[in-house]
Design a binder for this molecule. Structure first.
Ligand code: IPE
Ligand code: IPE
Ligand code: MG
Length: 242
């Protein structure tokens, strides 16, 4: 049973999908959808701050997205660098702490520098942590944690692996939203999703507005998170046993 305090997820993760289809429907190049998607992310960050969400983790570029046509891949890199240089001051003012999660391998020097600068410039902010998963895959995350542990000669346990995942500082997402109508994780936060509530929206990411986000949050508030227990065992449950 949800109480007022847990009706808003502390950590929301979003697979921002549907940019290409949004653009194609308008006879525009796919990249126009990605550009529109950046504006939607800005507004989503603001809404999350207003709703009291503490961590927002978004999937911006997957390990598998390298398979896209090279001009789309390079446009996505450019959009990231331009968006960061345009938006950094505003994000700083809003108290957003930016972190980039994923492999830096394969990213150009220019992209890597812009990620590092954004992380450095916002490191002191505490209102909301925005994790941008870029060149990220859930399998990469798990393999990376296992390699770190094995290099250090540490035992691989559920607890030690969790501590070495890229999101370890933020805890697992309470709610994972995927826009764009597909019902799959596409290699997003595989380990961390173990007990996340899932919400799939038909809305394409460039159309994902405040009302659409509130719908996901409302769905979350109506769920009962049992973590393997029974309803009667949950805090606040009425004791109906005599
Ligand atoms: C998500 O939108 C953004 C990225 C994967 C970079 P898509 O580009 O996958 O859009 P659709 O799914 O083709 O509509
Ligand atoms: C997932 O979307 C990755 C991002 C949103 C960045 P994709 O569009 O790449 O996923 P698939 O290929 O449909 O599974
Ligand atoms: Mg897609």
């Amino acid at each position: 049973m949800s109480t007022a305090s847990d009706s808003v997820p502390r950590h929301i993760a979003i697979v921002m999908d549907g940019n290409g289809r949004w653009a194609s429907k308008r006879f525009m190049p796919r990249i126009a959808g990605h550009r529109q998607g950046v504006d939607v992310l800005k507004r989503t960050v603001r809404t999350c701050v207003l709703r009291g969400v503490r961590v927002l983790t978004v999937f911006a570029f997957s390990s598998e997205n390298w398979k896209r046509p090279p001009d789309e891949v390079s446009a996505l890199m450019d959009i990231l660098v331009v968006a960061l240089s345009r938006e950094l001051n505003q994000l700083k003012k809003e108290g957003v702490h930016l972190r980039f999660i994923g492999s830096r391998k394969g990213l150009s020097e220019r992209v890597q520098q812009s990620l590092l600068e954004a992380e450095r410039e916002t490191a002191e902010n505490i209102t909301l942590t925005l994790n941008v998963c870029f060149n990220y895959g859930g399998r990469w995350d798990i393999a990376n944690a296992a390699q770190t542990l094995s290099a250090a000669g540490e035992a691989i346990t559920e607890e030690s692996l969790s501590r070495h995942l890229s999101t370890c500082a933020d805890g697992d997402p309470d709610l994972i939203v995927r826009t764009g109508g597909e019902m799959r994780l596409s290699n997003f936060l595989l380990w961390q999703a173990a007990y996340s509530e899932l919400f799939f929206s038909e809305v394409l990411w460039p159309d994902f507005d405040e009302a659409a986000l509130d719908k996901a949050i409302a769905a979350y508030a109506s769920r009962e998170r049992r973590f393997g227990m029974t309803s009667a065992q949950l805090p606040g449950a009425r004791n109906i046993a005599s």
